[in-house]
Each structure stands twice: as structure tokens, then as C-alpha cells.
Design a protein around this ligand. Structure first.
Ligand SMILES: [Zn+2]
Length: 261
């Protein structure tokens, strides 16, 4: 299949480097700080001018992490293109939404997966983002799974709002014909908070909870399945997916964070 981003790849070896979105590092130790820091509760009432809507997009992987590689395409490149198309769409149609990307190219914050994923969430917080959406593409061992899945935090401070955001995103991809796989939450098997409750397994969600920002991982489709891969196979397909996801993000931001004056 022709790919708009035909990139020479090193073979189908991504599983050896399956840090993905920072689940567990190579030593099998959960990355990041482990115990979430206390939720920040300070409340400052912004002026209307300050109530700009802010979206942070995190194109997954990058740096030495290629992500999945199928049909001669690397996940890290496809999700970067998707992020840029979402930003372009929002800039054109929703100028009131400020959009930041955690990376513009293959440069990442750190070559260590743990600090890198933490830095991505800290970047979103620094930019005062309302939400952080980490963009990924899925793959399965059987190569026959399809559809959109959203990984969200189980922690109560962001679980509810993450579910709403996930629903909004899945409504959008479903409207394009993608199967709706639903939410995914996962507990760490070996790291617990001070009350003995397991922390989130997915680093982006875990740090999102500890820094009190709704942070979800959007797995738009399965790039190892030919039918799903059609959704990212070339520039036109990515633009179409980006427009639907951008509309969903805009709708969510406006309904949850928009000022009504
Ligand atoms: Zn990924």
C-alpha cells in the first residue's frame, strides 16, 4: 500500500522497543514518579481575556521511539502529521483555541522514556492547556483488531472528564466509519499510592492525574490492519481524520471551558 510518508524503516521490530506511551520501562519498573503528588487545588478566577481555550497535542513516540511500523510507515511520523493537521484545522476554523504540540519533529524532551513522558505532561501544564491528547495508532498481535480506543486515567480527579472527552473523540471517529472500541483503563501492577490504591499504568494518564490535567491517549485506529490503515494511508486520509478529531476537540473545549460572554 502506498504511504504518503514512505519512510525507510528498520523492519517490524517495534515490539522490542514497545515503551509506547510509557507503560513500563525496560527494567519492568513503572516509569515516572510512582506516587502521584497531591492534587493542586488553587483556584484563580481568570479574566474573560484569559479564558482562552488551550489544547495540547502529544504526537506519540518520536526520538529513538518509532512506535509501530506497518505498510512502510512509522507511527511516530503518522501521528506527528496527524497532530499538525489537527492544529492547522483548528487554527483555520477555531482561532480562539490555542494549540501546542509536545514535539514538532523527531526531537523529544529526553532519551529516557520515563522523564520524557513526564516532561510531555509538564509541558501541557506549563502552557496552561485545558486538556492533553496523546496521539497514537494501535496494533495487535493478531493484526485483525480494528477501531478507536481511548486510554484514560482511573483516578477520580480526571476520570469523569476523561471519559467525556473519550466519548467525544470516539463519536467523531465512529462517524467516519471506525469501530468504537471504548475506554481502556489499566492499573499498575506494582506501584501504589499512599492508600494502597494502584496508580495508572499508562504514564500520560498517571502524570495527568498527578498534575491535575485531563490527559488521554487516543489510539485512532489499528495501523497493522489494512482496513483501518486506510484512515491514515495518505495525506488526504489524515486530513479527513484530523478534521473529525479537531471538531470533537473543539466541541469539547468550548462546551467545558468556553466562556459564554
Ligand atoms: Zn503508540
Amino acid at each position: 500500500m502506498i504511504c504518503a510518508l514512505a519512510v525507510a524503516c528498520g523492519g517490524d521490530d517495534w515490539e522490542d522497543d514497545e515503551d509506547d506511551y510509557g507503560k513500563i520501562d525496560h527494567a519492568g519498573v513503572i516509569t515516572g514518579t510512582g506516587t502521584p503528588s497531591p492534587v493542586q487545588t488553587q483556584e484563580v478566577t481568570p479574566t474573560p481575556e484569559e479564558r482562552k481555550l488551550v489544547l495540547c497535542l502529544d504526537p506519540g513516540h518520536g526520538g529513538r521511539w518509532q512506535g509501530a511500523i506497518y505498510f512502510k510507515c512509522e507511527e511516530r511520523n503518522l501521528v506527528l502529521q496527524l497532530a499538525k493537521e489537527i492544529r492547522a484545522y483548528l487554527n483555520e476554523h477555531y482561532p480562539e483555541i490555542e494549540v501546542y504540540l509536545t514535539r514538532e519533529d523527531n526531537n523529544v524532551f529526553s532519551n529516557d522514556i520515563g522523564p520524557d513522558l513526564r516532561a510531555r505532561v509538564e509541558f501541557a501544564v506549563e502552557k496552561k492547556a485545558n486538556i492533553l491528547v496523546s496521539l497514537h495508532l494501535n496494533a495487535s498481535e493478531s493484526h485483525n483488531l480494528r477501531g478507536t480506543m481511548v486510554c484514560i486515567s482511573k483516578q477520580p480527579n480526571i476520570n469523569g472528564i476523561s471519559k467525556e472527552l473519550a466519548d467525544c473523540l470516539m463519536d467523531a471517529t465512529e462517524s467516519l466509519g471506525l469501530k468504537r472500541r471504548g475506554y481502556e483503563t489499566r492499573n499498575s501492577g506494582d506501584t501504589f499510592d499512599e492508600n494502597g490504591v494502584p496508580v495508572d499504568y499508562y504514564a500520560i494518564c498517571r502524570h495527568g492525574s498527578s498534575l491535575n490535567i485531563p490527559a488521554v491517549i487516543l489510539e485512532s485506529c489499528f495501523m497493522d490492519n489494512e482496513e483501518d490503515f486506510k484512515y491514515v494511508k495518505d495525506e488526504a486520509a489524515i486530513k479527513r481524520l484530523a478534521a473529525a478529531e479537531a471538531e470533537a476537540m473543539a466541541k469539547f473545549l468550548i462546551s467545558h471551558y468556553g466562556s459564554n460572554q
